[in-house]
Design a protein around this ligand. Structure first.
Ligand SMILES: Nc1nc2c(c(=O)[nH]1)N[C@H]1C(S)=C(S)[C@@H](COP(=O)(O)O)O[C@H]1N2
Ligand SMILES: [Mo]
Length: 325
């Protein structure tokens, strides 16, 4: 059996063969050569039928992280991969796992640009090799009052931001998701502005907890969870954790975000820029005091900053969190 060193890995090695080659080529390859099958451990997943989403590949050389949240029961992977918000692939929780299966995530590049000394594009191979991949177990809480605990894989966003060297003018970071209506035909009916846009203040983005995420549960990200690269910002509501990122722009002014622009219910904006998890500040249409962990029956109390106050509360000292919600 051929064992590759970590430095020899390419994204095509760790991404599902189906995604790397395109489904038709992959199936043709299966017909042509049976030797491929012997080395392809994930074949049963490919044949598992509807609702299972894409087939992730194993990520090697993942190290434990000092930023892991201990003492939490990890949410079953099947819950995390079948109950999703990814409006480009439909607005029902079960839609993304069904509709994102053939999403093409290879080749992929992320452009990091704007107020930086060294703007550049990173390929997925380059992103995977920029720093050791860490497994970080984080609580993740959706603004809709459900939560999950996931072993994400990645490294601090600051790693890639430091590569391009933000200038003194850079005060915010603006993120942009991939959007291509041909691959995401339901995006037009989602009722939100696409491409999906998000943003952080630069000091929030530089906080080590802000994770540039390339995998979960030991493998690359399933398409419905934001393949091939997304953010995970554990102290903020889930909508800040933008999926399938193609652009990261350092900017002077607070950027527009998809949910800041959204005025769906009664013409009133409902979602602020900061979106810090806060049990004391309710959503206009529901309380944020409690949440339901996926797979559990009884609700549990929501924690200030989702339980990460020690690491992030100082970012907001002196700010009125009712106004800056
Ligand atoms: N591009 C994009 N990113 C997105 C979303 C989306 O619709 N499109 N939904 C957000 C919301 S509301 C949540 S709660 C999380 C959900 O992540 P998960 O499906 O991996 O649990 O993704 C966030 N990132
Ligand atoms: Mo969410």
């Amino acid at each position: 059996m051929l064992i590759k060193r970590k430095t020899d890995l390419t994204y095509a090695d760790v991404t599902p063969k189906e995604r790397a080659m395109g489904r038709r080529n992959f199936l043709m390859g299966l017909l042509a050569t049976t030797t491929i099958v012997a080395g392809w451990k994930k074949l049963p997943g490919l044949l598992a039928g509807p609702g299972t989403g894409s087939v992730p590949g194993k990520l090697n050389g993942v190290v434990k992280s000092p930023y892991t949240t201990s003492g939490e029961k990890i949410t079953p992977e099947t819950d995390v991969t079948t109950y999703n918000n990814y409006y480009e692939f439909g607005t029902d929780k079960g839609d993304p796992s069904k509709n994102a299966k053939n999403f093409q995530t290879s080749p992929w590049t992320v452009s990091v640009e704007g107020e930086v000394t060294k703007p550049r594009k990173f390929t997925m191979d380059e992103i995977l090799k920029l720093a050791p991949l860490e497994e970080r177990i984080y609580r993740h809480r959706c603004v809709e009052a459900w939560s999950i605990v996931v072993p994400w894989i990645g490294y601090s966003l600051s790693t890639i931001l430091n590569q391009v060297q933000p200038t003194p003018k850079a005060k915010y970071v603006a993120f942009e998701s991939y959007y291509e209506p041909k691959q995401m035909p339901l995006g037009g009916e989602a009722g939100i502005a696409l491409p999906y846009l998000e943003g952080l203040r630069l000091d929030e983005a530089m906080n080590p907890l802000a994770l540039l995420c390339v995998g979960m549960y030991g493998e690359t990200l399933p398409n419905q969870d934001g393949a091939p690269v997304r953010m995970v910002i554990p102290w903020k509501y889930g909508f800040k954790s933008i999926k399938s990122i193609v652009k990261i722009r350092l900017v002077k002014d607070q950027p527009q975000t998809t949910w800041n622009m959204y005025t769906g219910f009664n013409g009133q904006p409902e979602y602020g820029f900061y979106a810090n998890v806060n049990p004391k500040v309710d959503h206009p249409r529901w309380s944020q005091a409690k949440e339901r962990r996926l797979g559990e029956f009884l609700k549990r109390p929501t924690l200030m900053f989702n339980g990460y106050s020690d690491q992030v509360a100082s970012l907001y000292s002196g700010m009125d969190l009712r106004k800056n919600y």
